[in-house]
Design a protein around this ligand. Structure first.
Ligand SMILES: Nc1ncnc2c1ncn2[C@@H]1O[C@H](C[S@+](CC[C@H]([NH3+])C(=O)[O-])CC(=O)[O-])[C@@H](O)[C@H]1O
Ligand SMILES: O=C(O)C(=O)Cc1ccccc1
Length: 251
């Protein structure tokens, strides 16, 4: 199995910076990239399992939408011991799915407990059916969807959730007030510098993400949760311009 490598994707000058893509090169460095780029990533992933264990209802499924290498799925498995737990983990990057399968196989070999029911699928989350769920996880995936696909996806999730079910949505956010946006955005750049990224890496990655990652404000997220029909929504975590929200379906 390929070992995880340090992220140096944008370390050398590129003639033309192509739009970011979840290809084999990104997969090889992904755990390092996400930890050094997303403030609070480990906290949000760890708590995702804790939230899942409060809202999961036996006989229903948990969906991990945009699972990458399975970090949220594994957090859920650590928190819910029940052998009947069924997780459906989706990603539309074949390179991610291939590596995720290796990660899950390795975990299964290492843990002496029950074999978990994890269905891994290479699929577009906007197309895939969501049925009989009590927990749906969207950790840092929604931000990559075309904006016009976002409300339809939330409506599909709500209709697939059982009463009392939860959606966990973690994202990069932006702020409506220009001064607040500048302050927290600049501090995020400092966070990346403190984690060893150079000015060149920071500026080339920024160019690669332009128009690809579209962050939205808390107000936009809250209004969309309401428009989709969720009964309640809250921001439960924020670290600079990254946050995690949860939205609950009426009982
Ligand atoms: N339409 C789509 N359908 C399916 N997958 C998609 C789609 N669009 C993007 N993806 C997938 O969403 C993932 C986003 S990464 C999630 C991290 C993970 N949740 C984690 O918590 O470790 C976040 C990041 O890289 O910032 C990638 O693996 C894409 O292939
Ligand atoms: O690096 C950034 O600026 C981000 O917004 C986070 C991120 C992390 C991993 C892949 C794409 C974006």
């Amino acid at each position: 199995m390929k070992e995880n490598q340090k992220d140096a994707i944008f370390a050398n000058p590129l003639d033309k910076v192509a739009t970011f893509s979840f290809d084999d090169q990104v997969v090889q460095v992904f755990p390092d990239m996400i930890k050094r780029s997303v403030p609070g990533y480990s906290n949000m992933i760890g708590m995702t399992g804790v939230i899942a264990s409060r809202y999961w209802q036996p006989g229903t499924r948990i969906y991990d939408l945009g699972c990458s290498l399975g970090a949220s799925t594994l957090s859920v498995c650590h928190q819910i011991e029940d052998a009947s737990l069924e997780i459906i983990a989706l990603d539309n990057s074949p390179a991610m799915i291939e590596r995720c399968q290796q990660v899950l196989d390795q975990e299964a070999r290492m843990s002496s407990g029950e074999r978990r029911h994890i269905q891994l699928e290479c699929a577009d989350i906007c197309e895939y059916p969501i049925e009989n769920a009590s927990v749906v996880i969207l950790n840092f995936t929604f931000q990559f969807l075309p904006v016009e696909n976002r409300l339809p996806l939330l409506k599909k999730i709500l209709s697939g959730l059982a009463p009392g079910g939860v959606l966990v949505l973690s994202e990069k956010v932006r702020f409506e007030q220009a001064e607040q946006q500048d302050t927290l955005f600049d501090l995020h750049l400092d966070f990346k510098r403190a984690n060893g990224y150079s000015e060149l890496e920071i500026s080339q990655k920024r160019a690669a993400l332009e128009n690809f990652l579209q962050a939205e404000s808390f107000t936009t997220h809250q209004q969309r949760f309401d428009a989709a029909g969720f009964a309640q929504s809250s921001v439960w975590f924020q670290y600079l311009n990254f946050a995690s929200m949860l939205a609950i379906k009426a009982r």
